[in-house]
Design a protein around this ligand. Structure first.
Ligand code: FAD
Ligand code: SIN
Length: 523
């Protein structure tokens, strides 16, 4: 049985990164297959609120954006990478506008620019507080009308196919290693199919779901990182998990984001005594970078034993709240809180992965034919802590660069015939054992939340590591013996990703940026 489908490039993921790469490749005449595990729109991108950071006003300069990014990144950003990506920011924004993203305007027709933590200027372009939804909709519309792009929804990318892996079964292969396709599970019929391509681009986003409390939707299970790791690609900076300071507190696991832009317009954090405590921690107060604010909230909560703190947005007034933040206004109102009069209960939640699959400025990993872009990738832009709203920007700029570099790669790359290559499934059906998967997913999320969160210690990290080793051995047994399905595959990827986080955290013998370890508190 031959491969199900062949494309020049397979893109895994349909968020801002995957869609942008696919569109640029198709513009250059290449065929692209987008594989996405749920409906196309379901992505972190779709939930982005605050906006996209770029220098678009005369009172701002790229050099200042660079300095803000470097400062937030706490000494670990790669300066040339920061300079190049931010320099290309305005071009990336123009590309989005051309594709139909209508950024919010001021009454005089100028672009409305928001402010977020760590930015010394107003530079966040936004569409009210639903920026991601507007971007996703515009890009999906362009993709749907492009004849060179085929989008396969409800397909789950399982494993990359590399020449090295094929050599393990066929001694006659003499080629050097490269990625030549992938296996993906067709979720509709639960069959794994073989896909052939000259190159694969991972745009699978982040891994917030490895934590009990996260702003990320269910898709964020670290699949791309785990796949790349298994294929032998270099992964880096996994200890730098960004916790967003303000997610809506509820007694369920749900953590709806309350955008930092609300603080940019005058919102203030308050502790249970009503005190505006951020001035005790940082001179930038409520608009300090996220690592500082999240740690300060954590300290205030531990000091008082509070289950949540407050965000006071009452000073913004009803009209601004309804016009500028309609999504948040409605969300809170539906839960009985009128934010023009009442404070919003907030807690930090896992939000963004600064590390990931290491790429250069062309989106290339260290395996030929394997590219990565967006949150799954680690370019060196964010260092130890991402500056707010630099993520959408990085995705859109790197998508252009990645697509251009892929075009060059495709000129000298042939497809590798995979007529005889077929997925071999385990014999057993997962049925009454399903409870083990649910239990283990829950245990993983709690372990990461309790031991690998905002404040860490060596002891807690080691405890997490030993739990993860147990979970890994159980899931491996399932993987090799049972027919695969989404919950098994996701859990396996989540465990791999969590191990990478804890492994990197154990190696870092200092506190830096988002990685704060009480055993090394002063550096
Ligand atoms: P995503 O948008 O997450 O897309 C990943 C895609 O990969 C999805 O389509 C998913 O289904 C698919 N996928 C994953 N695994 C598989 C698999 N195994 N097989 C097939 N498909 C798979 N950043 C900013 O810059 N500004 C903001 O205002 C902002 N607000 C945010 C608000 C929220 C609530 C969240 C969660 C994040 C926010 N971020 C923001 C971060 C930003 O949205 C993300 O980093 C960015 O959207 C990631 O884009 P992406 O294309 O890399 O991945
Ligand atoms: C937010 O709107 O607060 C999120 C912005 C981001 O994650 O960059």
């Amino acid at each position: 049985m031959g491969p199900k489908k062949k494309y020049d490039v397979i893109v895994v993921g349909s968020g801002i990164a995957g869609l942008s790469v696919a569109l640029r490749l198709a513009d250059k005449g290449h065929t692209v297959g987008i594989i996405t595990k749920k409906d196309s729109a379901e992505s972190n991108t779709n939930y982005a609120q605050g906006g996209i950071a770029a220098v678009t006003s005369n009172s701002d300069e790229v050099a200042i954006h660079v300095e803000d990014t470097l400062k937030a990144g706490d000494g670990l950003c790669d300066r040339p990478v920061v300079e190049e990506i931010l320099r290309d920011g305005p071009q990336g924004i123009n590309g989005l506008i051309e594709k139909g993203v209508n950024f919010s305007l001021l009454e005089d027709g100028r672009i409305s620019l928001g402010k977020e933590g760590g930015h010394s200027k107003r530079r966040i372009l936004h569409v009210k507080d639903v920026t991601g939804k507007a971007i996703e909709k515009a890009l999906l519309h362009s993709v749907e009308t492009n004849p060179l792009i085929e989008t396969l929804e409800h397909y789950f990318a399982v494993e990359l196919i590399t020449v090295d892996k094929l050599k393990q079964n066929n001694q006659d292969i003499s080629e050097t290693n490269r990625v030549v396709g992938l296996f993906a599970l067709n979720i509709n019929n639960n069959r794994v199919e073989t896909f052939e391509a000259k190159a694969v681009l991972l745009a699978t986003g982040g891994m917030g779901q490895i934590y009990q409390f996260t702003t990320n939707p269910l898709i964020a299970t670290g699949d791309g990182i785990a796949m790349a790791y298994r294929a032998g690609a270099e992964i880096q900076n996994m200890e730098f998990i960004q916790f967003h300071p303000t997610a809506f507190y509820s007694q369920k696991n749900e953590r709806f984001l309350i955008t930092e832009a609300l603080r940019g317009e005058g919102g203030i954090l308050r502790n249970l005594d009503g005190e505006a405590f951020m001035e005790n921690y940082d001179e930038r107060k409520d608009l300090a970078p996220r690592d500082v604010v999240a740690r300060s909230i954590d300290r205030e909560m531990k000091r008082s034993g509070a289950e949540h703190l407050w965000l006071d947005a009452t000073s913004l007034g009803l009209e601004t709240l309804q016009k500028r933040f309609p999504n948040i206004y409605d969300y809170c109102k539906n839960r009985g809180i009128e934010i023009e009069k009442e404070w919003i209960p907030i807690v930090p939640a896992a939000h963004y992965l600064c590390g990931g699959v290491k790429t250069n400025l062309n989106g290339e990993t260290d395996i030929p034919g394997l590219y990565a872009c967006g949150e799954v990738a680690c370019t060196g832009l964010h260092g130890a802590n991402r500056l707010a709203s630099n993520s959408l920007l990085e995705a859109v700029v790197m998508a252009n660069r990645g697509a251009d570099s892929l075009q060059e790669y495709l000129k000298n790359s042939d497809t590798f015939s995979m007529e005889s290559i077929q997925w071999i499934d385990g014999d057993l059906e997962i049925s009454d054992e399903r409870v083990v998967l649910t239990h283990n997913r829950d245990e993983l999320q709690r372990t990461m939340w309790d031991y690998v969160s905002i404040v860490r210690t060596n002891k807690r990290l080691k405890r997490a590591w030993s739990r993860l080793i147990n979970l890994e051995s159980e899931i491996n047994e399932y993987y090799w013996n049972f027919k695969v399905d989404v919950s098994l595959l996701e859990l396996r990827n989540m465990i791999t990703t969590a191990k990478l986080v804890v492994g990197c955290a154990l190696q870092r013998k200092e506190s830096r940026g988002l990685h704060f370890n009480l055993d090394y508190p002063n550096n």
